[in-house]
Design a protein around this ligand. Structure first.
Ligand code: GLA
Length: 350
């Protein structure tokens, strides 16, 4: 590679500062794009197929450009590429044959959306070599989330894809999943730090309790006769059996914590953010039942070592823990610092 015909698409992973399990309930979240992500180098070819090279896995595969079936899952990176071809085709994009090199540096361990990063980077790369360098980002987020739902088998919402596509350097992104209104909120850390720490427990959204939580929310919504849980009120909870009442309480209170966090950020009061992260974690653990022993051990260790706040991140059931550290509090040796960075983009070919 390296000729002028190459296109390089980069899509970041994300950290969700707060607002967990709210996206598929038409709620609020406050993620930011991180520096680490997935890079796809694409070169158009005359062949009627994609030849993809997963550099970090040292694996290669040929993919036809049509007649792919979402049911034929293999459980690895291939599903994302097949899904990208399938969904872009369904959406009416004319794809060209190409060679792709895929490589990434999202810290392994889960919760940082390497899935969204690969979906977005592959789609941006394929669209760019087909001549579309500036696709509508909200439409593309929806398309990528269909890849995740139909081709990967995780019934996730739009959080990860929107954060990867619409993040901005130095900002967190307030997402209102009902209106899809996006608001950039300055996230100025100064001497504070945000770090992500692996719990040591890898998670797969398709296989964890994630899909089950989503079904529970759907049942609660039906029982309350609402269009979405965004409209649920605390007084509705007594009409729901356990555990649905706890799931809904989490959603209502987590939405409120998102706006509480934004108020604190706007007042440059990072001190006030820590307790909100802790409250989010306690709610995900006690009301949403999304924690594990390894996550609890990690959170406790971070608290003991002086974190201002710490919480599980993403779908939960393992994966990374996010911690906020006040100036002077040393970062744990196994932590990766994270900072709000630019969203997905095409890079100049080297
Ligand atoms: C995962 C999903 C998101 C979101 C979070 C929980 O990251 O991919 O859509 O539901 O879990 O907030």
């Amino acid at each position: 590679m390296g000729s002028s015909a190459d296109v390089i698409a980069f899509a970041p992973g994300r950290v969700n500062l707060i607002g967990e399990h709210t996206d598929y309930n038409d709620g609020l979240a406050l993620p930011f794009a991180i520096e680490q992500g997935v890079r796809v180098t694409a070169r158009a070819s005359a062949a009627d197929e994609l030849l993809a090279d997963a550099v970090d896995e040292d694996e290669h595969e040929r993919f036809p450009l049509s007649e792919l079936d979402p049911g034929d899952r293999t459980g690895g990176w291939r599903d994302f590429v097949r899904g990208a071809i399938g969904e872009l085709g369904r959406a009416g994009h004319e794809l060209r044959g190409a060679e792709l090199k895929i490589t990434g540096d999202v810290p392994p361990g889960g919760g940082l959306s390497s899935s969204a990063a690969i979906e977005v980077a592959v789609c941006l790369g394929l669209l760019a070599i087909a001549g579309d360098e500036d696709p509508d980002r909200i439409e593309l987020a929806r398309l990528c989330s269909r890849i995740e739902n139909a081709w990967v088998g995780a019934h996730t919402g739009l959080l990860d894809q929107l954060a990867s596509l619409c993040g901005r350097d130095g900002h967190a992104l307030r997402i209102d999943f009902r209106s899809l209104e996006l608001e950039q909120v300055p996230l100025e850390l100064g001497d504070w730090q945000l770090v992500v720490v692996p719990s040591g427990e890898q998670h797969s959204l398709a296989e964890s309790g994630y899909n089950e939580r989503r079904e529970e929310c759907e049942r609660a919504r039906e029982q309350l006769g609402l269009d979405s849980l965004r409209d649920a009120r605390l007084e509705d909870l007594e009409r729901l059996p356990d555990p649905l009442d706890r799931r809904v309480r989490h959603v209502i209170e987590e939405n409120a914590r998102v706006d509480g966090t934004i108020r604190a950020l706007r007042a440059r009061d990072l001190e006030a953010v820590g307790p909100l992260l802790d409250a989010s974690h306690a709610s995900l653990r006690d009301l949403y039942d999304a924690s594990t022993d390894a996550v609890e051990d990690t959170v406790r260790r971070l608290e003991r070592d002086g974190a201002s706040g710490a919480r599980m991140m993403g779908g939960g059931f393992g994966g990374h823990v996010l911690a906020l550290l006040a100036p002077g509090v040393p970062a744990p040796a196994d932590g990766h610092p994270v900072a709000p960075s630019a969203g997905a983009r095409l890079l100049a070919a080297e």
